[in-house]
Design a protein around this ligand. Structure first.
Ligand code: PMP
Length: 401
């Protein structure tokens, strides 16, 4: 008999499972709008030119494969916090930010969760409803209890700001509030600057700890600074907080697992102590992070010409997605005999659109039209192009009607 006799089959991941189902479909009409990975207008994966340049240089330099320190590549850590908070940020200058290179957004969140489990025990983490599905796994597996705050209003396909505020207010003082820095996943709906400022007031009043998840900096608006405005507002106001960063989307480094966890603290002394404890946690979890993506980021950010080129490429990716949103709305309007309002598709930002399709309608999208998407009605516009927008509009109208 096996020691694992009683194990049952785990369900497929709700997001990555969609890609598996897509692969198995033999229809030539099929369209994968499940996973959030950027595609070109030909619906092909995209390696950024600046990444190719960085890799060419690394090859020429004959970089070695020695272990990185536990906290990661020093040049990367310097670059990543500057990108997040601005190059002459006061908190960074004062040494109040502990930055650790970690395993992309997911690994950085997981390290942050482990840190909370050890040093802020008994607290509840509040996640937006809905949120990126993996948030729940990450905190649960770290042994941190999570609950939800209201975020989405199905009636307006917009932000339920009153509900969000009421739930953050009702949370026990000193809770952890997870916030998407920009391009909220899955809804594509972000608070306005005025709303962010009210959220900050309330979090301050309640003595909550903000934990920002920044997975789309530069990818939402096309501007690195604009997309970091929420986090910078909180840092300027003197909050203690955590931020997980990812370079999967904005540099297209999905498989390189490159990101960081930043802890902003009231004093440099505390930042040093926190960093030492984060290193201790990382050592036991994965020992030290991978070097390849770190070198790419350090090279791209640290080199003025290449940095500007990256910004252009990023604006190009964000622009393509904005253009495909506009085309989809046009195609929907052409076909819609009921005169519905589709403007939410162009007002939502980032890769995703939360369509409001119900599970049975999503099933119709997939079974009848071979359009693959998550069951919550989220589509990734990164997987669409202008040529296929009409087909998607046909499928959506048929499924909604
Ligand atoms: N947070 C959010 C909200 C995301 O959408 C993603 C990517 N899907 C991540 C974190 C982390 O992705 P990665 O681990 O590839 O950086």
């Amino acid at each position: 008999a096996s020691a694992f006799e009683s194990i049952t089959q785990a369900p497929p991941d709700p997001i990555l499972g969609v890609s598996e189902a897509f692969k198995a479909d033999t229809s030539s009409d099929k369209l994968n709008l499940g996973v959030g990975a950027y595609r070109t207008e030909d619906i092909k994966p995209y390696v950024l030119d600046v990444v190719k340049k960085a890799e060419k240089l690394m090859l020429e330099n004959g970089e070695n494969k020695e272990y990185l320190p536990i906290e990661g590549l020093a040049d990367f850590n310097k670059a990543t916090v500057a990108l997040l908070l601005g190059s002459d940020n006061k908190a960074v200058k004062d040494g109040r930010v502990a930055t650790i290179q970690s395993l992309s957004g997911t690994g950085s969140l997981r390290l942050g969760a482990a840190f909370l489990a050890r040093f802020y025990p008994g607290r509840t983490v509040f996640l937006s409803n809905p949120t990126w599905g993996n948030h729940k796994n990450i905190f649960a597996d770290a042994g941190v209890e999570w609950k939800e705050y209201r975020y989405f209003n199905p009636a307006t396909i917009g932000l339920d700001f009153e509900g969000m505020m009421a739930d953050i207010e009702a949370a026990p003082n000193g809770s952890v509030i997870v916030l998407h820095g920009c391009a909220h996943n899955p809804t594509g709906i972000d608070p306005t600057p005025e709303q962010w400022s009210k959220i900050a007031d309330l979090i301050e009043k309640k003595n909550h700890l903000p934990f920002f998840d920044v997975a789309y900096q530069g990818f939402a608006s096309g501007s690195l600074d604009e997309d970091a405005a929420s986090v910078r507002l909180f840092v300027e106001r003197g909050f203690e907080l955590l931020v997980a960063q990812s370079y999967s989307k904005n540099l297209g480094l999905y498989a390189e697992r490159i990101g960081a966890l930043n802890a902003v603290l009231p004093t440099a002394d505390l930042a040093t102590k926190v960093k030492s404890q984060l290193k201790r946690l990382a050592r036991a979890l994965y020992s030290n992070p991978p070097v390849h993506g770190a070198r790419i980021v350090a090279y791209v950010v640290g080199n003025n010409d290449i940095f500007d080129e990256w910004k252009q490429e990023m604006a190009g990716m964000a622009g393509r997605i904005q253009a495909v949103r506009a085309t989809l709305v046009e195609e929907l309007k052409k076909r819609d005999t009921k005169g519905r309002d589709w403007s939410f598709i162009t007002s939502q930002i980032g890769m995703f659109s939360f369509t409001g399709l119900k599970p049975a309608q999503v099933e119709n999208m997939t079974k009848k039209w071979h359009v693959y998407m998550t069951k919550d009605g989220r589509i990734s516009l990164a997987g669409l192009n202008k040529a296929r927008a009409g087909y998607l509009a046909d499928a959506m109208i048929d499924s909604f009607d």
